[in-house]
Design a protein around this ligand. Structure first.
Ligand SMILES: Nc1ncnc2c1ncn2[C@@H]1O[C@H](COP(=O)(O)OP(=O)(O)OP(=O)(O)O)[C@@H](O)[C@H]1O
Ligand SMILES: [Mg+2]
Length: 490
């Protein structure tokens, strides 16, 4: 960070009033301390609870009200820098606001620099006109690395010299994950992960991602998916699994012999209940990065305010979480649009397409959809997604795998079951329908007071009319469309 040069320049120019919107007070104070090594001036900090304190001399604080501090500034002869913490509420008093404005206009006092520091800092209009807004730069990787190491040292100091075990690759990943946060927040997270076990290891990464997400996503349009899913939980999808595996290293920015463009995103299109949502989650597991879900319904939700702003802020937050997977489930619902919405969905789509084309951050987009007629054609144009995968009903072999996965998920023993026969009997079933058949059979067995056996399952399967039968025509049309334009996922 070299913002202290900028601050030093502002102070040297005798800027009368600065406004810094942040809750990171220690960082502001530290930045001014650094700046004042270049421009020698006294640095004084005031808050309502401690009063006014000259900190470059480590002098004791003098208790002082919000009015008295302005008098004290007016009477100070030596050009100084005054940091007023959380002062904005006092500016509601006409007299106080007026007095501060006069100080800023230098009515008969020394050319001090007064700095207002606070979170969500709002100033009365006429004061705003006199103030220079200054934004603290977010710490870069070197700075974050220093912060984490400092916290490790603090931990040792507090634990009788016990050294913190730091895995260097984990430290790198932690630092990368902390990017986008203010120093104070990064420090707090670092302290927390060290405190749990006195170590910094790969195991800390999910906690860092989660803590960071909670700090960033105040609006709640993005959600963080905690439940890790691995491709082992997904039956079929061989091509997709290979595709992701081949691109992981490039996505994570590891060097390759020939330069390769990092993967940007895929669309999973297909029949209902075939595991598209599940596969989308597994992509994050495959890349080993956090998974964020963008809920288009809440982007449009009137309680969340302006739609376009919601989308813009969500995408910005996702960028701060990079590298990550951004999952948009049922994307057709977000961009289908109707003529009745005043063009909002067109504009949102336009914004989104621009973002897709221009984004620099390592965000891998996974969108799912199960209807093509509602998908805007612009979204399907070549080059938007790296690949459009079609998720069809599972083949026989994959159905056997589905039975196995869902048996295991419920801790059911596999002995005594003929998975091949179950797979053969369930032709035309989706993964969701196979799972449902297992659940219903468990109820049937329970009703008989018996253990689940092959017969329960076969009966349940025989009684089910799968969607592939009920909606044969629709699925046929989807397949025909997909045959020419997409790659089968399995
Ligand atoms: N290939 C699969 N492997 C493992 N489980 C599956 C698979 N397909 C479906 N399932 C089971 O069915 C459930 C529903 O699947 P999922 O929600 O992922 O389907 P989907 O394709 O997203 O459906 P929709 O189009 O209705 O959103 C999953 O939670 C999972 O338990
Ligand atoms: Mg789904």
């Amino acid at each position: 960070m070299n913002e202290h040069h900028d601050l030093a320049a502002l102070i040297r120019a005798d800027t009368p009033l600065l406004a810094i919107d942040t809750h990171d007070e220690p960082e502001v104070i530290a930045a001014f301390q650094r700046a004042l090594t270049e421009v020698l001036r006294p640095l004084l900090v005031w808050s309502i609870t401690t009063g006014l304190r000259r900190i470059d001399m480590e002098a004791p604080a003098k208790p002082m009200s919000s009015g008295e501090v302005l008098d004290a500034i007016a009477q100070t002869q030596q050009k100084s820098v005054f940091l007023l913490l959380d002062y904005a509420p006092f500016l509601r008093y006409v007299v106080t606001a007026r007095q501060l404005r006069e100080l800023a206009q230098r009515h008969g006092c020394a050319p001090h620099t007064i700095v207002l520091v606070g979170a969500g800092l709002e100033l009365p209009k006429d004061l705003e006109a006199h103030a220079v807004r200054f934004t603290l730069k977010l710490p870069g990787e070197a700075e974050l690395d220093r912060i984490v190491r400092e916290e490790a040292l603090n931990y040792s100091r507090e634990h009788a010299g016990k050294r913190v075990q730091i895995h260097s690759s984990a430290l790198k990943a932690v630092v990368r994950n902390l990017k986008g946060l203010a120093a104070a927040d990064a420090r707090r997270i670092a302290r927390r992960i060290i405190a749990t076990d006195g170590m910094i290891t790969e195991d800390d990464l999910p906690a860092v991602a989660k803590a960071k997400f909670e700090l960033l996503n105040k609006a709640g349009v993005l959600s963080f998916e905690y439940e890790p899913i691995s491709f082992d939980d997904v039956a079929g999808a061989r091509r997709l699994k290979r595709w992701i595996q081949q691109r992981r290293a490039v996505f994570m920015g590891e060097p390759t012999p020939v330069p390769l463009d990092p993967p940007k995103g895929i669309l999973l299109l297909g029949v209902q209940g075939t595991g598209k949502s599940l596969a989308a989650k597994a992509v994050a597991g495959g890349f080993q990065v956090p998974l964020l879900r963008l809920d288009m319904a809440s982007v449009y939700n009137k309680y969340h305010g302006e739609t376009e702003r919601n989308l813009r802020e969500s995408l910005q937050n996702a960028e701060l979480m990079a590298p990550c997977v951004l999952w948009i489930d049922e994307i057709e619902k977000g961009f289908a649009g109707s003529d009745s919405d005043g063009g909002v969905s067109r504009r949102v789509l336009g914004y989104f397409l621009t973002w897709m084309a221009e984004r620099k951050a390592k965000i891998f987009l996974v969108a799912t959809a199960n209807a093509i007629d509602q998908l805007p054609p612009e979204l399907l144009r070549k080059g938007r997604f790296d690949e459009i995968f079609f998720v069809d009903l599972p083949r026989e072999e994959v159905r056997a795998d589905l039975f196995r996965i869902h048996f295991q998920r419920r801790n059911l023993p596999l002995e005594g079951f003929d998975l091949a026969a179950l797979a053969a009997a369930s032709a035309g079933f989706s993964g969701a329908e196979i799972e449902q058949a297992i659940v219903s059979s468990l109820y049937a067995a329970h009703g008989e007071g018996a253990a689940l056996d092959q017969r329960h399952l076969l009966e349940e399967i025989a009684h089910t009319r799968p969607l592939s039968v009920v909606m044969a025509e629709k699925i046929g049309a989807l397949r025909a469309w997909a045959a020419e334009r997409t790659v089968p996922v399995d």
